[in-house]
Design a protein around this ligand. Structure first.
Ligand code: HEC
Ligand code: HEC
Length: 362
C-alpha cells in the first residue's frame, strides 16, 4: 500500500469523523452518561404545573423528545415529523384551515391547534378532550393513517438503527427503544413548550420597564370582564368545554362527530357542540381560528361574539340574551382595544427559544 494511498484514506477517515462528530455535536450537547432531573421553568405569574409521576422530567428525556418531535422517521413515509404540522414560529400551529399533508393526503377533520402550555392541560387533549394526556396523545398522530401513518413496530425497528437513539433511550428509560418510551419522551419535550414571556406577562410581573399602552390596558379590562370566564386566568383558558355559539345545529354530522364536540367523547347531550377553550396566548400568530379553522381573522372572531352567536340548548349561558341582544356586545373601539391587547400576548421568546427549535437545523 503506498504512503499516499494510506494518507488519502486517513484524510478521508478524518474528514468523515469530523463531519460525524460535528453532526453529533449539533444534536448531542448533553452528557450521555448520567440523567439530570429537570424542573419546568414555570413563569412567576403561572399556577403550579402538574407532573406525571410515571414520566419524571429529565434534561436528557426532554432533549430526546425534541429530537423525536423533529424527526421524519416518525412517519410511515419518513417525510413528516410532528413539526410538519406544529411550527415553532407560529406557536406550534400550522396556519392551515384543515391540514391534508398527512400520509394519506386526506383532509383532517379538525384544525391543528397551537401547542402552548400543555403542562397545564389537565382535562384531556384535542378539541374535544378525547385524548387523556400527553403520555398517550402522541399515539394518535403517529398511527393515524391521515396523519403520520406509522406502524409502531416498524417505528421501533427504524429507531433502533440509530446508535445515538439507542444510547439515549437506554439512558433515559433504562430499556430498549419501544413506542411507549417514544411517546413519553415526546411528552417530556412538549411539557417544556411554555409560553409566559409576552409583553403582557412582563407587565403583570412588574418587570423593569414593562408596560402596556392605554389601549392595551383597556383591551385587558374588556377581556377580563367579557372573556375571562372561559379564557380564564394566566393561561387564558379554563381548560373546560363550552359551546361558544358558532353552531346551533348538530344533527347532520356525518364527519366523525366533528361538530358535536365533547359529546363525541362523553355521549352526554349537554356536551353537544362544546369544545375546549383554546388559550388566547400567541393568538395573533395562530390563525385561522376555531376547531375547524373557519375564521381567518381575529376581527371575524370578535364579530362572531358581537353579532354571530347562534342559540341552541347548549350555548353557554354567558352568551345568551339577558336584555335583548345575544352575544358579547363590542363597539368598534372595544374591538380595537381587544385586538391591541391580544397582540401583547405574543411571546417572541417562546417562538425563538432555541431549546424548542429544530435540533437538526441549527
Ligand atoms: C398532519 C398534521 C399533524 C401532525 C403530523 C401532527 N399533528 Fe398534532 N395535531 C394535529 C391536529 C389536526 C390536531 C387536533 C386534533 C383534534 O383535536 O382532534 C392536533 C393536536 C395535537 C395535540 C393536542 C393539543 C391540545 O391543545 O389539545 C398535541 C399535544 C399534538 N397534536 C402533538 C403532536 C405530536 C407530538 C405529533 C408527532 C408525533 C403531532 N402532533 C403530529 C395535526 C398534526
Ligand atoms: C362561554 C365561553 C367563552 C367566552 C365567554 C369567550 N370565549 Fe372565546 N372561545 C371559547 C371556545 C370554547 C372557543 C373554541 C370554540 C371552537 O373551536 O369551536 C373559543 C375560541 C376563541 C378564539 C379562537 C382561538 C383559536 O385558537 O382558535 C378566540 C380568538 C377567542 N375565543 C376570543 C375570545 C374573546 C376575545 C372573548 C371575549 C370577547 C371570548 N373569546 C369569549 C369560549 C369562550
Amino acid at each position: 500500500m503506498s504512503a499516499a494511498y494510506v494518507k488519502a484514506r486517513f484524510v478521508l477517515l478524518a474528514l468523515l469523523l469530523s463531519t460525524l462528530s460535528c453532526k453529533k455535536e449539533r444534536v448531542n450537547n448533553l452528557n450521555l452518561d448520567q440523567l439530570h432531573p429537570e424542573k419546568l421553568a414555570v413563569p412567576g405569574n403561572f399556577p403550579a404545573a402538574t407532573d406525571d409521576p410515571d414520566n419524571p422530567l429529565t434534561k436528557e428525556g426532554i432533549e430526546l423528545g425534541r429530537l423525536l418531535f423533529y424527526d421524519t422517521r416518525l412517519s410511515g413515509n419518513n417525510q413528516l415529523s410532528c413539526a410538519s404540522c406544529h411550527h415553532q414560529n407560529i406557536a406550534f400551529s400550522d396556519a392551515t384551515v384543515l391540514s391534508n399533508i398527512g400520509v394519506s393526503g386526506k383532509i383532517l377533520p379538525r384544525h391543528t391547534p397551537a401547542l402552548i402550555n400543555l403542562a397545564w392541560a389537565t382535562s384531556g387533549l384535542f378539541w374535544d378532550g378525547g385524548s387523556t394526556n400527553l403520555e398517550s396523545q402522541a399515539f394518535g398522530p403517529l398511527t393515524s393513517a391521515d396523519e403520520m401513518g406509522q406502524n409502531l413496530s416498524e417505528l421501533e425497528f427504524e429507531l433502533k438503527q440509530v446508535p445515538d437513539y439507542q444510547k439515549r433511550f437506554k439512558l433515559v428509560f433504562g430499556s430498549e427503544i419501544n413506542s411507549a418510551s417514544v411517546v413519553k419522551a415526546l411528552a417530556q419535550f412538549q411539557r417544556t413548550l411554555i409560553s409566559g414571556d409576552s409583553k403582557y406577562d412582563q407587565y403583570i410581573r412588574k418587570e423593569a420597564g414593562a408596560n402596556l399602552t392605554d389601549q392595551e390596558k383597556e383591551g385587558l379590562s374588556l377581556v377580563d370582564s367579557k372573556c375571562r370566564n372561559c379564557h380564564a386566568g394566566e393561561l387564558f383558558t379554563d381548560d373546560r368545554f363550552h359551546n361558544n355559539g358558532i353552531d346551533a345545529d348538530f344533527s347532520n354530522d356525518s364527519f366523525e362527530g366533528l361538530y358535536q364536540g365533547r359529546y363525541r367523547i362523553s355521549y352526554n347531550l349537554e356536551d353537544l357542540g362544546k369544545f375546549k377553550t383554546p388559550t388566547l396566548r400567541n393568538v395573533l400568530l395562530t390563525a385561522p381560528y376555531m376547531h375547524d379553522g373557519r375564521f381567518s381573522k381575529l376581527e371575524d372572531v370578535l364579530e362572531h361574539y358581537n353579532s354571530g352567536v347562534k342559540v341552541s340548548g347548549t350555548t353557554d349561558p354567558t352568551l345568551l340574551p339577558t336584555v335583548g341582544k345575544r352575544g358579547i356586545l363590542l363597539t368598534a373601539k372595544d374591538k380595537n382595544a381587544i385586538l391591541a391587547f391580544l397582540a401583547s400576548l405574543t411571546d417572541n421568546t417562546f417562538i425563538q427559544n432555541k431549546k424548542l427549535s429544530n435540533p437538526y437545523h441549527d
